[in-house]
Design a protein around this ligand. Structure first.
Ligand code: ADP
Length: 675
């Protein structure tokens, strides 16, 4: 029989691709032929509201005729074969029924999902024989295959709708983008028993943590697990995977995670850079015999989850960036201020508010610069106007007056632009360079003092040498010998000066090797006293050493240098007949030395400057030859040891210099001590 006998009823056929519909029409015709039926077809959808995909034959079949048979087949979940409708009490109208023969095959896929129905109807009764059954089984098998390709548009619509509202729900979920309900919902949409969404938990990508987990009606607690030996391993290498059955057998170590799954459809989740950051797995506790909608829908669902993940990541990064900038702004020691075009403060950082001595809220909105002196204000306004005009940044140095004094600033100013790029104000960053300026001044003072120190002995040497060379005096005569002695003395002074300057510079720059070793305070004091005994004798001064044995760690040569300098000074500035006390005590974590004299003392206004280079309080006792570097060098040595040096003094009564050093040093230990 040709196709004319069983024309495709076009208006009754919906939704299928043309080639699928042709296949289905062929199958329907074959069914009609096998059963000598007047009409046959394939429909999908619920049995009460079928959508006719194909409908062939001479009999025009409407829903009213078809529905009772579809419903019956659906109820019994098995093929319905009615040899004579009139004799079958399951159908109403009984005797008067227009139809006599009815055949309906529900078409299920491997997962038990009903794909549709293959049906045939006839106005004449017909007995079914074994051959008919076999032929119909085959036809139904083919119909199932053909239907696999077909997607019920209404189902897709519903799934899309559901996905859409799901995504919307995620977007508006303040608790983040993963909700346990998400897994439950996805399981329902995908018609699977379980869904698991997991993300990497460590940077090495060895472990994962579930972020949503649902299985067999239950929302499960989140778990962390090792990726090794799970279905996720092949997923990371090969991309999406489907295991139709016995997945637990393939991955025996993780059956708990798979929650008794037989089948598993899984796909990796990728971030904006295309790297895998997690997985989405749909699980089923019975085997998947056929490929299902799950495989088609899983990528759609994954894309939705990924989109949300990317948005969350982008938001997080933005928040982190903002927080970083804010933290820099809050913690900067530089003074940062933002002004609008009318020079009112838009914002200032805490350092700025602190410098002004006013709270931030009291500054924002206020006009800037009103408290500046007119000549400074004029320059500031001019700079600001130029920035607005040219959009170019400017840098300049300035001074400002604060309650505690004048401070120097280096200021950089640049335009403040809105999102459209329009200049709406000026941003300024002012760095306090007062310390640097002070250091620069100190350095130039040092150089001035040094040149002075060098010039005096040099001048003495020069004059002596000149007198000798022009032959004014005989080097062998008395006057000549005196000249030579002056030259030699001053040369010695210059050598000492050079040595001291270099050692001070070396100490400050950390260039001199200082290594700690085991010392004893008493021995050091004894040694210092011994080396100065001659000088003390000469001056008629008595040295009293009093110290218990106090072991500590330090560089003994350097500490000796400090003690000799302090005791030497004490001798220099004491009267004959007086005593100098040299003591050491252990005080907690420290050993504290004291050098106590009964000398002339230091006026209080000089106390804090005696440690400055070249600072000398008393008219120089030339014969004793101080150059004003002993105390600065001592201070540097003590600092390097992590200790403190200070002085207490009263004019006419005497001075006491103290040195406190840590007993356990932070210096590098010499090898002997380290052993
Ligand atoms: P110098 O002793 O070479 O002048 P120092 O740096 O050791 O240099 O000391 C700086 C100055 O501090 C001395 O010139 C002196 O005026 C004052 N000074 C130091 N030690 C004493 C002391 N024990 N008594 C009084 N003045 C002192």
């Amino acid at each position: 029989m040709g196709s004319n006998t069983f024309p495709v009823n076009p208006e009754a056929s919906v939704g299928a691709d043309l080639h699928v519909r042709e296949d289905l029409a062929r199958l329907a015709r074959m069914a009609a032929r096998t059963l000598d039926a007047a009409a046959a077809g394939v429909c999908v959808g619920p049995p009460e509201r079928p959508s006719l995909l194909v409908n062939v034959g001479s009999l025009s079949v409407g829903d009213a005729l078809l529905v009772p048979f579809l419903c019956q087949a659906d109820r019994q979940q098995a093929p319905l074969l009615v040899a004579d409708v009139r004799k079958d009490e399951r159908f109403a109208q009984g005797e008067r029924h227009a139809l006599r023969m009815a055949m309906v095959y529900p078409l299920f896929n491997g997962t038990g999902e009903r794909l549709g129905f293959l049906w045939a109807l006839s106005q004449t009764p017909r007995a079914f024989e074994a051959g008919d059954r076999e032929a119909l089984d085959d036809l139904a098998g083919f119909a199932r295959l053909a239907l696999r390709e077909w997607r019920d548009p209404s189902f897709i619509d519903r799934a899309e709708q559901a996905l859409f509202s799901f995504m919307q729900g995620l977007a508006s979920d303040p608790n983040g983008d993963h909700h346990p309900l998400q897994a439950r919902f996805l399981a329902e949409v995908l018609a699977m028993d379980g869904v698991l969404i997991a993300e990497f938990a460590d940077p090495a990508r060895q472990r994962m943590r579930t972020v949503a987990r649902f299985c067999r009606g239950e929302i499960l607690p989140e778990v962390e697990f090792a990726v090794a030996g799970t279905p996720i391993e092949p997923l990371l290498v090969n991309g999406a995977q489907t295991w139709k059955q016995e997945v637990w057998r393939l991955f025996p170590g993780v059956s708990a995670l798979l929650e008794g799954a037989e089948a598993c459809v899984a796909t990796p989740l990728r971030n904006a850079a295309g790297e895998v950051y997690g997985v989405l797995m749909a699980l089923r506790t019975s085997p998947l015999e056929e490929v299902t909608l799950v495989e088609a829908l899983l990528p759609v669902v994954a894309a939705g989850i990924e989109a949300r993940y990317k948005a969350r990541r982008a938001e997080q990064e933005l928040r982190i960036r903002e927080a970083t900038i804010r933290s820099v702004y809050e913690h900067a020691t530089d003074l940062i201020f933002i002004l609008d075009r009318n020079w009112r403060y838009i914002n200032v950082n805490p350092a700025y508010a602190r410098a002004l001595g006013r709270p931030i809220e009291g500054i924002i909105g206020q006009p800037s610069g009103y408290d500046l002196p007119p000549h400074v204000l004029e320059r500031v306004l001019e700079t600001n106007a130029r920035i607005l005009e040219t959009g170019q940044p400017t840098v300049y140095d300035t001074t400002m007056e604060f309650p505690e004094g004048i401070r120097s600033f280096s200021v950089v100013k640049f335009p403040y632009r809105d999102q459209t790029g329009e200049i709406v104000g000026v941003i300024g960053i002012a760095r306090d360079i007062s310390e640097r300026k002070a250091l620069e001044r100190q350095k130039s003072d040092f150089i001035k003092a040094l040149s002075h120190e060098i010039r005096t002995p040099l001048f003495a040497i020069q004059s002596a040498v000149r007198l000798l060379t022009v032959g004014c005096c005989d080097p062998a005569a008395e006057k000549g010998r005196r000249m030579l002695a002056i030259a030699a003395h001053n040369a010695e002074r210059l050598v000492r000066l050079t040595h001291d300057v270099l050692s001070l510079e070396g100490l400050e720059a950390g260039l001199l090797p200082i290594e700690a070793t085991a010392c004893d305070a008493a021995s050091l004091l004894e040694e210092a006293a011994a080396s100065l005994a001659g000088l003390a004798d000469e001056a008629g001064i008595t040295l009293d050493v009093a110290s218990p044995v106090i072991p500590f760690e330090a560089c003994p040569e350097r500490i000796m240098q400090v003690l000799v300098n302090l005791v030497g000074n004490a001798i220099k500035f004491s009267h004959a007949g007086s005593r100098i006390g040299m003591e050491a005590v252990a005080d907690g974590e420290e050993v504290r030395f004291a050098v106590r004299d009964q000398g002339r003392g230091i006026p209080s206004e000089d106390l804090y400057r005696v440690f400055d280079p070249f600072h000398q309080v008393h008219p120089r006792p030339l014969a004793r030859g101080g150059i004003g570097l002993g105390l600065p060098i001592s201070r540097e040595i003590v600092r390097t040891h992590g200790g403190r040096i200070w002085v207490e003094s009263e004019v006419g009564v005497g001075s006491t210099f103290y040195v406190a050093l840590p007993i356990k040093t932070r210096l590098r230990l010499s090898e002997t001590l380290a052993r």
